[in-house]
Ligand binder design. Sequence first.
Ligand code: ZN
Length: 231
Amino acid sequence: MNNVKKISEHFWVIEENGVRMFVFEGEKQAMVVDTGFGGLALKEIVAKLTSLPAMLVNTHTDKDHVGCNRDFGPVYMHPAEMDHYRRSLPEGCRMEDVRPLWEGDVIDLGRWKFEVILTPGHTPGSIMLLEREKRMLISGDSIQDGDIFMFGSGRNIQAFQESLRKMLKMSQAFDVIWPSHGSYPLKPDIIPGILTGTEELLAGKLSGQEPPWPMPCKRYRCGAAGFLYQF
Ligand SMILES: [Zn+2]
């Protein structure tokens, strides 16, 4: 399992082609965060890490995060994300298996307690998961140093900026950020850089490059991250 890395007791990272998933083992239950592109036998991998039943949470539902959703039971996401999920429902998945997670809900695994924070912009119902006692944040795609998809249906850069401001205000509560892409772990001091980058982008101060593969957008790099965006 060379795409699995144990970070600490009861905490693993799983990598698949540039996207990252997380597994946390609680006392009676485990939690899987996102399911990748669908190219891994994720359920079997998780079963080797923990014998506890694993609940599935999606930080958001772009296709690189939901590929193995079909192999789990209910899938938890913010209700604002459900339409985005329905529009490109992965094969073998059903809306009937979707369950809501609301802002402020606490996923209590025993040992780990994750608070749900709604951070729209990258997608309508993107969430982050904050472990206050362990001072760590699971940030999905919205805080990372790779290229952040900000073009096309469901994305809104003003909402994204508001979410970054919200996380900046909360940044006293965490020391370590675990993003879905790019390098990891990150520190909270990346947040102002990404926010400034969005301001420079909208002010026309970043130069657009061709995207890494053909897409109807340009790639804009600031110091902290990149944005795939179309004016
Ligand atoms: Zn992603």
